[in-house]
Design a binder for this molecule. Sequence first.
Ligand code: A3P
Length: 335
Amino acid sequence: MPSATFYAESIPFEQIEKLAISGGCSAIYATSKPSVDVVGDWQSRYCSLADTFQPVLERVYNFEVREDDVWIVTSTKCGTTWAQEMTWLILNNFDFEKAITEDLTIRSPFLEFNGVVQNVPHDTIEAANKLTSPRLIKSHLPAWLLPKQVWTKKAKVIYVFRNPKDAAISHFHHWRGMVGYAGTKQDFMHSYIDGHVNFNPFWPHVLDFWQLRNEPQIFFTSYERMKRDLAGVIKDVGKFLSCDVPDERLPQLVEHLSFDKMKDNPACNHVKEFESMKAASGREVDEFRFVRRGIVGSHKDELPQSVIQEFDDWIEDNLKDYQLTIDDFVNYSKY
Ligand code: A3P
């Protein structure tokens, strides 16, 4: 990797072949103490990323942040798109007209997307550079791989947690539908638990933002809370961003963000990203709808009990030192 900030250690092919990654995947490490405190020993911290990410990591790290930027950061499949659409409308004075006519990926770029798919004409980092303020930027990177100015300029970050059993099953469908993964569900789940899926391991990603949750810069919420009390989360996000959310605008926004509306909203279904991923994979992929099932507990009827047990053991192993359970993240509310 042509960078002094990070170094990459190749993940052995036997460990990634299950994921059908053919071009290589690496564990990315920091070469010096990251600009944000991480939970645990920073030297042993890594992030798994397909090798296509390597050319963009340094560009992302040195990205010019603006103080009034708002960032949506999540582990994959935790409700990123839903939170982006909600936050974009709050930040943009409920401009529903623009929201339905302009693709969300243009209104709110996925900063490191050129790591997901290389050689596409659309450079998402350039697009983000050109966006007018206030910008809403999406990233799946862990805290220490985000642009360092996120931490020095104290840009606001909205972090969305989701039960990893549901996020993993959602990612499996995404990987099949968007990348053409033809392996088994079980193999995918094991790769997820082992931390080889892009942007993982999951728990350090979450715990870094959890430890920052009381900072004025951070808004930590969950997919489950959005399902339970979307209006409450909208009001809290308005407060966090100092944006007025009049009560009379709430019903329209809640309706716009409902699963049924978003499912049929082409601006929120990542159609453009899907096309470039399909072209880049060179594989036949099934038709895939990004806004897919939208429920809490989808793992219950999509995973065998033995895999659910493996997930539960992994969750307990990772959280026991912190005396935390899934409910702590799911039920947390900043205000
Ligand atoms: P499922 O695959 O479980 O249905 P991300 O945007 O982080 O990739 O997350 C995608 C997940 O969020 C998918 O989960 C998708 O269906 C769900 N989602 C998107 N919009 C939603 C909405 N309005 N209500 C509920 N879930 C939504």
